[in-house]
Write a protein that binds this ligand. Structure first.
Ligand SMILES: C[S@@+](CC[C@H](N)C(=O)[O-])C[C@H]1O[C@@H](n2cnc3c(N)ncnc32)[C@H](O)[C@@H]1O
Length: 160
């Protein structure tokens, strides 16, 4: 899909890269958040926005704020982040925009708790994973296992 100039402007206004942690901590945790220009490109990869979305490694919530900025209902937004400091920032931003608090979780995306909490959910994943050793590959594989329905798995596995 192509975003309108108005939608792009909203993303540029609402999506700000700020960090709760210092650089040393961020490097340990793979915390490099997505800037507005890239958020626009990522959102344009979807055919439509008529669905629920989760960011399992949500940082300060920037990708999800981007979706709200282009008109996705806050009720359709789900946020997970492992780091407690960034999680708090993300929850504050997102709940202020109307995302229900029980759509926000503070799990390790690779944990059984994460899988248990989300296993029956039907939603699309928007993600910029932490690039640390091969953790991004493990997280992407896990998201396919949880969120991609059986009939689409072969296609999605080819992409990873
Ligand atoms: C590259 S940042 C992207 C953040 C956000 N999605 C964005 O695009 O701005 C990756 C995030 O994943 C988080 N993270 C790292 N390991 C994680 C894990 N095992 N489970 C959940 N989040 C994790 C980091 O703390 C960091 O905030």
């Amino acid at each position: 899909m192509i975003l309108t100039e108005e939608q792009k402007k909203n993303i540029k206004t609402m999506c700000v890269v700020t960090y709760a942690n210092d650089l040393k901590e961020r490097q340990k945790k793979g915390q490099f958040f997505t800037p507005p220009e890239l958020i626009i490109k990522m959102i344009e990869k979807f055919d439509d926005l008529d669905r629920d979305f989760i960011d399992p490694c949500g940082g300060n919530g920037n990708l999800l704020v981007g979706l709200i900025a282009v008109g996705v209902s806050p009720e359709s937004i789900y946020f997970n982040e492992l780091d407690e400091n960034e999680y708090k920032t993300g929850v504050k931003r997102l709940t202020e925009l109307g995302v229900p608090e029980d759509h926000c979780t503070n799990f390790d995306a690779l944990s059984d708790e994460f899988e248990e909490y989300y296993k029956n959910a039907s939603m699309s994943v928007i993600i910029n994973p932490p690039y640390l050793r091969n953790i991004h590959l493990k997280i992407l594989k896990k998201m396919i296992d949880i969120f991609i329905k059986e009939e689409n798995k072969n296609e999605e596995n080819k992409k990873v």
